[in-house]
Ligand binder design. Structure first.
Ligand code: AOF
Ligand code: ZN
Length: 360
């Protein structure tokens, strides 16, 4: 999500290496929350000494991983340049300050994409490096790095997770006839949909989607999964009407299922409830997002259906909308979707069976 990203092959000098640092960072998307998936590349005389990415809160930061990578290759970081997508931290958190580690390793130049808005850092990392005689350059691929770290920036600013909405619509703007299974998404688009799940730490669907499609909502992208890559599966079932036989409740390792409820419906064996205050016709979506943050979720994917999508959109809770529009009609009522007027189409791709667009 958030792409497209600069291609290192198109770029030279500092921008080239920053694009490589971004590529490292992408490996941490969906793993690192509430921390940002910072990517880092260590370079000396145009040669890469090491690469690193932050993949889990509590684990070493991207800079430390790159220094370790260089060390494991027998490379000497003295006099090297560190390319980091986000300003190196200068505080003692779950881990020690990266500024200190870079200084101790003898790194003499640090190139940064964007500043870390965390009040414990916020320019302090750059100031420490400069005060110690390190040459510091900020803003290299600053726009792309800012976009890349936008979910973390939002979290620092609001305490809320980043919300991506994904819908597959027919050419008639409908999700399909009411009460019938939603249109089958073509395989290449399904692959994209699974990639979106992988970039998320929780996926959320409405009760109707479960009743009609009986999905598993699991990670089935056909590639090796990082051992700790997980996402929670959340079903909005405010009065607890979905039976235990629904496939979504079958236990899956690393993918806990939650039922978001208001009031006190009969518990389901093995299913954890998220108790939320009511809001209009359902649960408060804003409270849901706060509950998810408490579970360590920084990126949420809303997969539908139409009511839930409209709820998130109308409350201004969506950050990014991935819309697949098929070339053939789905044959149901038009789903009225009101996107924020300031949004623009930030990416699009043509598929054999329709058009994929990203709005934000
Ligand atoms: C970096 N490099 O790779 C990341 C940074 O609790 P800690 O020690 O993990 O610190 C988390 C904070 O560090 C996080 O809120 C953000 O400000 C910064 N993240 N900084 O130098 C990294 N992930
Ligand atoms: Zn750090």
């Amino acid at each position: 999500t958030g792409g497209p990203w600069p291609n290192p092959a198109d770029l030279q000098g500092d921008a080239h290496f920053m694009a490589l640092a971004l590529q490292e960072g992408l490996k941490g998307v969906g793993l690192s929350s509430p921390n940002p998936p910072v990517g880092c590349v260590l370079v000396k005389e145009d040669r890469i000494l090491g690469r690193g990415v932050h993949t889990r809160a509590g684990d070493p930061h991207g800079e430390i991983m790159a220094l370790r990578d260089a060390e494991s290759r027998g490379e000497d970081p003295v006099g090297a340049t560190a390319y980091v997508t986000l300003e190196p931290c200068c505080h003692q958190g779950r881990t020690g300050p990266c500024t200190l580690a870079l200084l101790q390793a003898g790194v003499t130049r640090v190139v940064v994409g964007v500043r870390d808005p965390n009040p414990r850092v916020d320019g302090g990392g750059l100031a420490i490096l400069r005060a110690q005689g390190v040459s510091v350059q900020e803003g290299v691929l600053g726009e792309a790095c800012g976009r890349f770290h936008a979910p973390f920036f939002k979290f620092i600013r609001t305490g809320l997770p980043w919300v991506t909405l994904k819908l597959a619509l027919g050419s008639d703007g409908s999700l399909g006839p009411a009460g019938q299974t939603t249109q089958v998404t073509p395989p290449d688009v399904q692959r994209l949909a699974h990639a979106l799940r992988r970039a998320s730490e929780a996926i959320v669907v409405g009760r109707h989607t479960i009743e009609v499609d009986d999905p598993q909502l699991t990670d089935r992208w056909p590639a090796p999964t990082a051992p700790h890559r997980t996402f929670a599966r959340v079903v909005m079932d405010e009065d607890g009407r979905i039976p235990l036989t629904a496939r979504v409740w079958a236990p899956v390792a690393g993918q806990p299922a939650y039922r978001a409820v208001t009031g006190d419906p009969t518990p389901l064996r093995g299913v954890e409830d998220l108790h939320l205050p009511p809001d209009g016709r359902g649960c408060s979506l804003r409270h849901l997002l706060h509950e998810l943050v408490a579970l360590g979720v920084g990126r949420v994917l809303v997969e539908g259906g139409g009511t839930l999508a409209r709820g998130f959109l109308s409350q201004g809770l969506v950050d990014e909308f991935h819309r697949f529009q098929s070339d053939s009609p789905a044959g149901g009522p038009v789903l009225p979707l009101e996107l924020p007027p300031t949004w623009t189409r930030s990416a699009s791709a043509r598929w054999s069976t329709g058009q994929w667009e990203v709005w934000r």
